[in-house]
Design a protein. Structure first.
Length: 257
């Protein structure tokens, strides 16, 4: 799809690879999301094992999440070593795409378990499903937009880049309009006399789900382009800090008599 576009069309991605998406910075993100995922799994496991109202069939999804977390742990241990992070930065970029996507979705498991355990009204589950679906659609839209901006040359040096929101009003308005419409449709049920439930924790969890999923949906296309460029262009492989410093130092030579 992007093979006809040379390295010049991805200059903004190279800048990101040298700055906020350096291998050592990506390692920090992998470790941080590992800790967050561990907390989510612990909360989910507690709900499945000790919750009075939760269905034991949730354990199947939880086991899958634990297996994925084990893979996440291996990646975190591997790339904790800075030398390995820079040596295998192409693999790291691929793993970043997977982990960030997993991270944006797994919190919904906590939300659905909370709805069940706290006895929330059934419409709360439907609301969560619609939010989840909207986030997936927004992710697809973000990815399509990123590819389109590459083709238009917006990621070339000196151009507007990937996140030029001022010229992408329809892109920004999509999640706002969608979320507003979904919430408006459920407001009458939320304030109905028979819609009370024992805890507001599901509502708080849903807000966190939406914020994380939609934030990752905006950032994920850049991760995809980073992985693509590292796999295609050798110049996108960033040198470790020590090697960069040694190359910047000029050799000192004496003058011949």
């Amino acid at each position: 799809m992007l093979k006809q576009y040379n390295e010049e069309y991805f200059a903004k991605i190279k800048e990101a690879a040298r700055e906020r998406l350096r291998p050592d910075g990506v390692s920090v993100f992998i470790i941080a999301t590992l800790v967050f995922s561990a907390v989510m799994i612990a909360v989910s496991l507690n709900a499945v094992l000790y919750g009075d109202n939760t269905d034991s069939r949730w354990m199947i999804y939880l086991i899958v999440d634990i297996v994925l977390w084990a893979f996440h742990l291996l990646a975190a241990l591997l790339f904790y070593n800075e030398k390995l992070a820079y040596k295998y930065q192409k693999i790291q970029a691929y793993i970043l795409c997977f982990i960030s996507l997993k991270f944006s979705l797994e919190i919904y498991l906590v939300y659905f378990l909370m709805c069940e355990d706290r006895g929330a009204e059934p419409f709360m589950t439907s609301l969560g499903l619609l939010m989840l679906l909207g986030g997936i659609l927004f992710l697809i839209l973000s990815t399509w937009r990123a590819v389109h901006r590459v083709k238009q040359g917006h990621l070339r040096r000196g151009e507007k880049g990937l996140y030029n929101f001022g010229g992408s009003k329809s892109y920004i308005s999509f999640p706002v309009i969608y979320l507003g419409a979904v919430i408006a449709g459920f407001v009458p049920r939320m304030f109905a006399d028979n819609s009370s439930y024992t805890s507001f924790e599901p509502v708080i969890a849903l807000v966190l789900c939406v914020v994380l999923q939609y934030a990752i949906a905006m950032a994920w296309p850049e991760f995809i382009l980073l992985a693509y460029c590292k796999g295609r262009f050798q110049s996108f492989h960033i040198q470790p800090p020590k090697q960069r410093k040694s190359k910047q130092q000029k050799p000192r030579g004496g003058h011949k008599a």
